[in-house]
Design a protein around this ligand. Structure first.
Ligand code: IVH
Length: 675
């Protein structure tokens, strides 16, 4: 294909994909199937590989940015991002309205009520219609530049639609859907990682990631509801108009708003929203009441931290009080000990609760939670209920403090304390014994779970019996179980035993990534397992690969690679893999896509980039290397053929010198490309 032709096709694809993204992520009305979309997207990726000069910053392929950042830069908002004052009762809402009316006497006041989305406040800056900068609120005047992370959110348009001003700052809330939150936490738990406490923490934690590739995997979304600065353009004159305009520019706006003319109408709207909000995809913690007219807003003005023309109404969290009867400690697959509150059953937000999480030892200590206490439990957005507080006024003195066990309640091994990573408040105790019955049960349940090998019937109850009766000690032993053995278990009918036994051989043909995920290696969640499935032909290849090769798979960084290498270095695990192979479990990956045999001047060569190059970005250089048949790796090893170094090259350059890897500069690189 000639470059002119490629350019035209590129523009067509960019335009088409952008339209589909908007239809899918903003309008929620997809116009083509996922396969059709993937085909278009792949065509674009291939075209850009062939013609790297066509890669424009607004290309949909650039949503998932390149290298992880070292830290976030600070950005100053053009106008401050303020907060809102809170109200908690009808009376407070009424006095807010009267206050405004006194400020603007004899005027008709009109209000808009919209959901208060429980997420992270974000500022998006567009110049000439292009998304150029996105930032957190920070201290209100300066925030963190998280542009690369925000670019991974598909409902944030890279380019505005229709007529737009020269410059505009748009404000909204980035959130994780309730469903996305559940899924993310399930994956984190399955990968042996600490779950997030609620969707807001998960969204905030995701946006704070320095590696946009991790952010891209989190199901984040945005609602916009305001604007900051604007240059050269006629702005809206009311909030109603703003919302219509934002929608026309291509943004997601609040899904329902109410137009009100009196305090009575406001109260009614707030109550209606309270009924509706549970059906929204995102968490809401209140309603926001805003004066509609911008001209009136201007006269109402601001206090130092909040506008006088708007206020938040916060709904009471769904809480209940009950008695804490006992604290038990559960041991998970990874050995983590989780304290669980055993409660006097109480009805809360649609269901009866008798157990709630107490998170970890530090949490119990900080809140001074004692057995026999009356406690407040809360269900934050359909999440597992948690104990949030002690009702101290109900304390009698008969309560007993809880001693966190120093030995595993299942196997008696001495437990070890481990400080948590990125999400972490507190520390977790772990049972170090790999043969702990609780850990064995956890591993087998995980193997049988729907996301992994999908063996029907292999849930908690049956697995407990299988392990308790010594029939199964690891996942390989499932494959030699007999119907008779299972049927002999207590409360186990012939029929369900047969169903379970039949499901086991079916699991042998599952794709390789499920096997890998099912093994429950620390940090290897389903997403990582799938990425490894795309990059490796067989499970044996995965376990034979050195860390550097593992890191060539998408989403696999040093921590994950090290965890896999550690796992397979354990002789017990190696034997387990052999036994699974002998049992006939499939090790081949259906997802595997071998990189087409490379041709070109760099065929078979591996490059590492470091520092700033004089005339091109790293992404451009990478694209050129790949187009010429070479590969780009993120770390220097003996297998590296060239280190392409620019200004301010750091430790990679040092390592290359130490290992004697050839170092080239941009001029030499360009000569090689031509040669
Ligand atoms: S307007 C100057 N509208 O709530 C007024 N804020 O407690 C700026 N929030 O910082 C805010 N949903 O992060 C507005 N529909 C909504 C909102 C909303 C959520 C957040 C926002 C704000 C915080 C104030």
């Amino acid at each position: 294909m000639r470059i002119e032709e490629a350019r035209t096709r590129h523009a067509e694809l960019v335009d088409e994909i952008r339209r589909h993204d908007h239809a899918y992520y903003v309008l929620a009305q997809p116009t083509i199937s996922d396969q059709q979309y993937d085909r278009l997207y792949r065509e674009l990726v291939d075209l850009e590989k062939q013609f790297p000069e066509l890669v424009t910053p607004d290309s949909p392929t650039q949503r998932v940015g390149g290298e992880p950042l070292k830290e976030f830069k600070s950005v100053q908002h053009l106008t401050p991002m303020l907060s809102l004052d809170n109200t908690y009762s009808q009376e407070e809402v009424r006095s807010f309205v009267s206050r405004l009316q006194r400020l603007l006497p004899n005027e008709t006041l009109e209000w808009v009520v919209e959901p208060k989305v429980d997420g992270v406040a974000i500022n998006l800056r567009y110049e000439d219609g292009m998304f150029v900068c996105g930032a957190t609120r920070g201290d209100g005047s300066t925030g963190d530049d998280i542009t690369a992370n925000l670019k991974t959110i598909r409902s944030i348009p890279r380019k505005l639609k229709g007529r737009y001003p020269k410059l505009i700052e748009v404000r909204g809330e980035v959130y994780l859907t309730k469903a996305g939150f559940q899924k993310l936490n399930a994956e984190r738990k399955a990968a042996g990682e600490e779950p997030f406490a609620n969707p807001r923490n998960a969204a905030a934690g995701s946006l704070k990631q320095l590696d946009p590739r991790i952010v891209a995997r989190r199901p984040l979304d945005i609602v916009v509801y305001g604007f900051g600065a604007m240059q050269d353009g006629e702005g809206p004159r009311s909030h109603d108009q703003l919302l219509d305009w934002l929608k026309a520019l291509g943004f997601n706006t609040p899904e329902k708003t109410w137009h009100c003319r009196s305090a009575d109408e406001l109260v009614r709207a707030i109550n209606e929203l309270d009924q509706l909000r549970h059906s929204f995809a995102y968490e809401t913690d209140g309603a926001v009441i805003k004066l509609n007219s911008y001209e009136q807003r201007e006269r109402a003005g601001f206090t130092s931290k909040a506008p006088r023309w708007a206020i938040a109404y916060k709904y009471a969290a769904e809480q209940a009080e009950t008695k804490l009867r006992a604290i038990t400690v559960q041991v998970g697959r990874t050995g983590a000990l989780t304290p669980v509150a055993e409660l006097e059953p109480v009805f809360l937000a649609g269901s009866t609760i008798s157990r709630a999480t107490l998170h970890n030892e530090d949490y119990i200590r900080q809140k001074d939670i004692r057995i026999g206490d009356t406690v407040t439990i809360e269900k934050a957005g359909e999440v597992i209920p948690a104990v949030v507080d002690v009702v101290l006024t109900r304390r009698t003195g008969a309560e007993t403090p809880f001693e966190f066990p120093r030995a595993c309640p299942e196997c008696g091994s001495k437990v070890a304390r481990e400080t948590l990573g990125d999400s972490g408040e507190g520390a977790v105790w772990r049972c170090p014994n790999p043969d702990c019955p609780a850990r064995i049960r956890g591993r087998i349940e995980h193997w049988c779970s729907r996301g992994a090998m999908d063996i029907e019937g292999g849930g908690e109850v049956l697995v407990r019996q299988l392990v308790g009766n010594g029939l199964v000690r690891d996942v390989a032993e499932l494959y030699s179980l007999k119907v008779k053995e299972v049927a002999a278990l207590e409360r186990m009918g012939e029929k369900s035993a047969a169903n379970f036994i039949n499901a086991i051989p079916n699991s042998k043909s599952r794709d390789m990534w499920r096997v890998l995920y099912g093994l429950g290696i620390l940090h290897v969640g389903a997403g990582v397992a799938r990425a490894l499935g795309r990059s490796f032909a067989t499970l044996d290849d995965v376990f034979e690969a050195p860390a550097e090769r593992l890191m060539e798979a998408e989403d696999v960084g040093e921590v994950i690679a090290r965890s896999i290498v550690n796992w397979r270095n354990d002789p017990v695990n190696r034997k387990l893999v052999d036994r699974l192979r002998n049992a006939g479990v499939n090790f081949k990956s259906e997802l595997y896509r071998p990189a087409a045999a490379a041709t070109g001047p760099f065929a078979g060569k591996t490059f590492v980039l470091t520092g700033t190059l004089p005339s091109m970005t790293r992404e451009e250089a990478s694209a050129r290397i790949e187009a010429a048949g070479g590969k780009v790796s993120s770390s220097v090893s003996r297998k590296t053929d060239f280190v392409l170094a620019g200004d301010e090259a750091g430790s990679k350059l040092e390592k290359a010198q130490k290992l004697g890897v050839r170092i080239i500069d941009e001029a030499e690189f360009l000569r090689m490309l031509e040669g």
